[in-house]
Design a protein around this ligand. Structure first.
Ligand code: DGJ
Length: 724
């Protein structure tokens, strides 16, 4: 891991990657290179295309910024592509001209006031200045053993006037060609993070959120991949933003086939007034490069998040097998019902009982109660403490659900503080799930909710909190922001969310947090900083989960993905799948249950006992091992994935619809040692056989009788191997 400065070129590199920035003759920064490691001495001119073009404006002889590859493009220059920064001065001028001033290279990484990576090995900080008294600090960090560059930007106003920020992105790089496809992770409620790929042409392709949350619709991440790139071959660049609010991730191909790849806070509906002496800090963006395909890129994200983003306390902790009462009871429960569920679950080896929505206020359905964070004594005569104490006495952990950013109209909270909601009081507010969004841009609103929650949580300490968020922000207006600061609302809202997360996680350091937003509607890197688990999707159907978990794994590690076995017919789509397949899908995540366990047959209970024991035995392998995607559920009927850690391997093959006489299939593994021997049940195979020939899956029915192997629709086969 190195950072060097020679001949006006900054070179950040390790054994595998190089990231290069040059100081152009007018002081602006050029983006010279990001990709496979470059060796040797470098000359800036060797990276520049320096040709006269008609209709081109020149800053100086031989320098038109529009023909350069730039590192942090300014608005108002000879570059007409999308800028990284756009400001307005009091005069109304948007013109900025940031030039190199100085730099510093130091060990580690200075913290910022936002969710962030930590324990970086090295940071390069480049200071740029605009002559009107503005300073830009561009920071680049690298981490030991990772092919990752993390970037963020800080703008400081040293002038006497207030300026307004319209756009201040976290990263912008210009790549030398546009022969790339844009890979995005998009969807909606119950079909989060499906994979889409689009070839790029001149123009712009983007994903974004303007909903006030990172969203189920687009994840704040994107890959650029060569048309020939596959899981284990080809070039790919990954980008992810450590942020939970409105974002933009975009690729712009210009007329010369140069590709600008950017991300940051979405500039639409964002405007920030920066008074004299103030600074604005962008969220951190992650860039990673692979010449060995997508799986390698995912390993970079997984390792970065597992070691440098998730709180150290939880990085290697044993994630408890949980049972959540939501799909078992919805709002209809009392103390007896909950304790019965818990005691049955405990007998089957389940370790944590989660009491979901409905324990507070007058909450009997989703029309009332949100915002009133005091216990519903009509339902729970001895409070949640009564339930908790019985569950803890059994030897189980106990957790609860909260949704602190929202309120129903019929609540004590809103009867006392009707102005706490986001919205324009002279217009209607649109309900979503019968609820409204609290104005977290206001400190007193966050404080009020915090004070309510700590009364409950101090009285009844819990082992786990599921923090839900079930609607997006409409009619975005804050009664407390000045008229020229309304553009700050979305970002201030998210800062309020982070503030509450910060305070609750520091006060309850032994409590495990799981984030949730109607399933995976805010599954982003920033929330992993506070909540090491995220509820991946409300969709618990094993078949649809294959795509959701596969897509999610592109960026996020298995130990962050909430995955539960639920009942059949499935509540979201009425599909019937076997308990075995549901379990085999849920194993590749945090693992838990969400069903009425008291209604199961003895046979099913015995199976669950074996499943929880199996998971507990192998959870370190699953959560700390290297994950390999083997066959994509987006490509066909069969799919598969696996984890490897030291001498242990767990792989699973899935077939959605059965076929008659399909012929044998082969299931090829990855990440093993070629010459080593691996034992599977009583058979031994070499790594090379398992990876190059593959496990032979014989067909279940040969015309005379069934072999006993899985057959029918929705099959799965789990393989555990140990190196011998
Ligand atoms: C949406 C979540 O995704 C569900 O798991 C559940 O917690 C409900 N909200 C409760 O209202």
């Amino acid at each position: 891991m190195h950072a060097e400065f020679n001949q006006n070129i900054f070179h950040l590199y390790n054994d595998k990657i190089s990231y290069m920035i040059g100081i152009l003759s007018n002081g602006h920064l050029g983006h010279l290179y990001f990709g496979k490691r470059l060796y040797g001495e470098f000359d800036l001119q060797a990276f520049r295309v320096n040709q006269d073009r008609p209709l081109t404006a020149y800053v100086e002889k031989d320098l038109s910024l529009g023909l350069e590859r730039l590192e942090y493009p300014n608005y108002g220059t000879t570059d007409f592509r999308e800028p990284a920064i756009d400001l307005i001065f009091e005069s109304g001028s948007h013109i900025v001209d940031f030039k190199y001033k100085s730099h510093r290279i130091y060990r580690g990484k200075d913290p910022i006031a936002l969710p962030q990576t930590f324990d970086a090995e090295l940071t390069l900080e480049i200071k740029l200045e605009d002559k009107k008294g503005l300073e830009l600090l561009l920071s680049y960090s690298m981490f030991k053993g990772l092919d990752v560059i993390s970037k963020h930007v800080k703008l400081t106003n040293h002038s006497d006037e207030s300026i307004r920020i319209n756009r201040l992105l976290s990263t912008s790089i210009d790549l030398p060609d546009g022969d790339l496809e844009f890979m995005q992770f998009s969807g909606d409620w119950a079909r989060e993070r499906h994979i889409y790929k689009t070839p790029l042409n001149p123009g712009i392709h983007s994903v974004y959120s303007k909903r006030g949350a990172s969203s189920a619709h687009h994840n704040p991440s994107a890959f650029l991949v060569r048309p020939e790139t596959r899981e284990f071959s080809g070039e790919a660049i990954g980008m992810a933003l450590i942020y939970s609010g409105n974002f933009l991730a975009q690729a712009e191909v210009d007329a010369n086939d140069i590709l600008r790849f950017q991300c940051g806070i979405h500039p639409d509906y964002f405007q920030w007034t920066l008074d004299s002496g103030q600074s604005f800090q962008t969220p951190e963006a992650i860039l990673t490069y692979s010449s060995e395909g997508l799986n390698y890129l995912s390993h970079q994200f997984h390792n970065l998040f597992n070691k440098h983003l998730i709180n150290k306390k939880w990085q290697n902790s044993q994630k408890p097998v949980l049972i959540n009462n939501w799909e078992a009871t919805y709002f209809d429960f009392d103390e007896e019902k909950l304790v019965t569920l818990a005691s049955e679950a405990y007998k089957l080896g389940i370790e944590l009982f989660v009491l979901d929505d409905g324990w507070f206020g007058l909450r009997n359905d989703d029309t009332t109660g949100l915002g009133d964070w005091f216990v519903n004594r009509e339902k729970l005569k001895n409070g949640i403490k009564g339930v908790r104490d019985q569950i803890k006495d059994m030897g189980m952990k106990f957790g609860i659900w909260i949704e602190p950013e929202m309120a129903n109209l019929e609540t004590k909270l809103l009867s006392e503080h009707p102005d706490f909601l986001i919205g324009d009081p002279t217009r209607d507010r649109s309900p979503g799930r019968n609820q409204y969004v609290l104005d977290y841009s206001r400190q007193e609103v966050v404080d009020h909710i915090y004070n309510q929650l700590i009364l409950v949580l101090d009285d009844c300490p819990v082992d786990y909190i599921k923090w839900d968020m079930n609607r997006n922000i409409t009619e975005a207006y804050s009664v407390c922001l000045e008229n020229n600061r309304q553009g700050e609302l979305f970002h201030r809202y998210i800062l309020g969310v982070y503030d509450l997360y910060e305070r609750l996680t520091s006060r309850y350091q032994d409590t495990l947090f799981e984030s949730c937003a109607s399933g995976g509607g805010r599954f982003d890197p920033a929330l992993l900083y506070y909540a090491p688990q995220a509820w991946t999707s409300d969709n618990t159907d094993a078949v649809e989960r294959l795509k959701i978990q596969y897509g999610t794994s592109m960026i996020y590690p298995l130990q962050t993905m909430g995955s539960h076995v639920s009942e059949v017919p499935n509540h979201q789509n009425r599909r019937q799948t076997s308990l075995e397949m549901r379990t085999h899908v849920a194993y590749f995540g945090t693992f838990g249950y969400e069903l009425d366990i008291t209604k199961l047959s003895e046979d099913e209970k015995n199976q669950i006992k074996a499943h929880t024991a199996f998971f507990k035995k192998h959870r370190t392998l699953i959560h700390q091992g290297d994950f390999y995607r083997l066959m994509s559920p987006f490509d066909g009927n069969d799919s598969g994935w696996m984890v490897v850690k030291d001498d242990q391997v767990l792989a699973c093959w899935y077939r959605v619809l059965s076929q008659s006489n399909p012929g044998p299939s082969r299931f090829k593994l990855k990440g093993l040692k070629e010459a080593s021997k691996y034992k599977m049940n009583d058979k031994v195979f070499t790594g090379s056989y398992l990876m190059n020939h593959g496990i032979l899956l014989k067909q279940a029915f040969t015309g005379i009788e069934y072999s006993g192997d899985p057959s029918g629709d929705f099959q799965s086969r789990l393989f555990y191997l140990e190196e011998v």
